[in-house]
Structure formats: C-alpha cells, structure tokens
Design a protein around this ligand. Structure first.
Ligand SMILES: Cc1cc2nc3c(=O)[nH]c(=O)nc-3n(C[C@H](O)[C@H](O)[C@H](O)COP(=O)(O)O)c2cc1C
Length: 230
C-alpha cells in the first residue's frame, strides 16, 4: 500500500483478470485529492501518437452536477452513486501542441532540428481529414481510459465505462468545446458488493488472425509453445 492513496502493488495479470465493470457503487464515498492526483499522474503515462496526448478529463464529483448528468446517461444509477463521473475527452486537433511536443523531441535527444521540421509536415499527412482526426482522438483517449481504469482498480476503486449517454446533452452540460469528442464516461468510486460473474470472452482462436485476416492456425497448445503452424 502506498500510504493513504491506496496504490496497491497488484501483479499486472491479477489486475487485468480482476478488473470489472462495476454496476453497484457505495453512495456517499469520496475520492481524495491525493487519489485523484495519483490516478491522473499514472494515466498520463499512456502512449499516444507523436506523444500528442490527445486526452482531457472532466471530473464531475459534485452531487448537484451528478444529478444533472444522470438523466443524460439513460438514468444509469452509477452516475448518482459513484464518487465521480469522469468524461474522457479525445482531442481532435493534434496540431494544438505540435510546436511544444516536437520541440521536446529535440530537447530530449530523440531527433535533430531537420527531422523536427519533417515531423511537423508529417503531422499534416497523418491527420489529413476529419475522419483521421477522430480516429486519433478516440484511439488516444481510449488508451488513457484503459490506463485510468486499471490504475483505479489497483487503488481499490471501482469503475464503470459508459457509452450510454446523450452526447450532445453531455457536451453542453460539461462545456466541452467542438474540437473534443466525449469518448466515454467513467463512473469511479467504491464498490457496493460483488458483481455477477464475468461474461464469456470470444477466445484466442476467434480473435487472432495470423499474418492475414482470416488465417487461422490449428488449435495447438494454448500457450503458443511448439505445435505446427497451420
Ligand atoms: C466503451 C464502453 C462503454 C460501455 N458502456 C456501458 C454503459 O453505458 N452501461 C453499462 O452498464 N456498461 C457499459 N460498459 C461496460 C460493458 O458492458 C463491460 O465492459 C462488458 O460487459 C465486459 O465486462 P467487464 O468490464 O466486467 O469485463 C461499457 C464498456 C465500454 C468499454
């Protein structure tokens, strides 16, 4: 345990195996300032294209604000009972920080000045249109969201990612500018009891394609050690 913050040295496999989407939260429980700080200090270590970090978070932890959010989230009870609801925003404008971020690449010894200029142009090539900007924003923000949920779990907090909300209403309530996408909301707080058992996953054979979509290997040892390549 890391003092009052509650960071647990949980092995990674255990953390991944035991994280759940929690639907019942203990009302009235709070998250301390130190816990918020720890949560976001670790969340911001998530990877992102060009290290643009296309994520921002709006934390809704006041009762009145949660009550306003509740009907916009299909009356999902965790919005009221969890200590907070965190809106995970994806930033559609990767240029916003390109000067600063690419300058850091030079200062930290990753690239020289000439490469920096080439990278500045590459940004335009990589994010040429609205569709690519949305992909970048959502992809980046979702990686941060996953980090957030695992870190919260490691700290003994429960989370529920939610896509069940009125995007326009939530955008308006939280004052989210047009350049940002509300990728998901995450209720975070203290669990109120055991969840139902985890539902089935599709499984290794179903989700893994080898070399080309549709290529399967014969079911061999599940560990991937040995076995013929089909
Ligand atoms: C992006 C996203 C949106 C989700 N939206 C909701 C939601 O609005 N309401 C809800 O009860 N669960 C929601 N879930 C939770 C999923 O139902 C849950 O992750 C899934 O059933 C697997 O369960 P597990 O997270 O406990 O492994 C969402 C999950 C994700 C990743």
């Amino acid at each position: 345990m890391d003092g009052e913050v509650g960071m647990i040295g949980m092995p990674l496999e255990e953390a991944v195996r035991t994280r759940r989407s929690v639907h019942r939260f203990r009302p009235g429980a709070r998250i301390s300032d130190a816990q918020w700080r720890k949560l976001f200090e670790l969340t911001e270590l998530s990877p992102s294209s060009f290290n643009f970090q296309p994520w921002d978070f709006v934390v809704v932890d006041e009762e009145e604000r949660k009550r306003a959010l509740y009907p916009l989230c299909w009356n999902q009870r965790p919005v009221l009972d969890a200590a907070a609801v965190v809106a995970v925003l994806g930033d559609k404008d990767p240029h916003r920080r390109s000067e600063e971020v690419l300058r850091q690449f030079v200062e930290n010894g990753y690239i020289d000045e000439e490469t920096r200029r080439a990278y500045m142009e590459a940004v335009d090539v990589l994010y040429p249109d609205e569709a690519r900007r949305i992909e970048h924003a959502v992809g980046g923000a979702c990686l941060a969201a996953m980090t957030f949920m695992l870190v919260a779990h490691g700290m003994g907090l429960a989370t529920l990612p939610m896509i069940g909300f009125d995007p326009r209403g939530v955008r308006e309530l939280l004052g989210v500018p047009d350049d940002y996408i509300v990728t998901m909301l995450i209720a975070v707080g203290h669990p109120a009891g055991p969840e139902l058992p985890r539902q089935q996953r599709r499984g290794f054979e179903d989700i893994v394609h080898w070399g080309r979509f549709g290529n399967r290997r014969d079911a061999g040892p599940r560990s991937g050690q040995g076995g013929e390549v089909g």
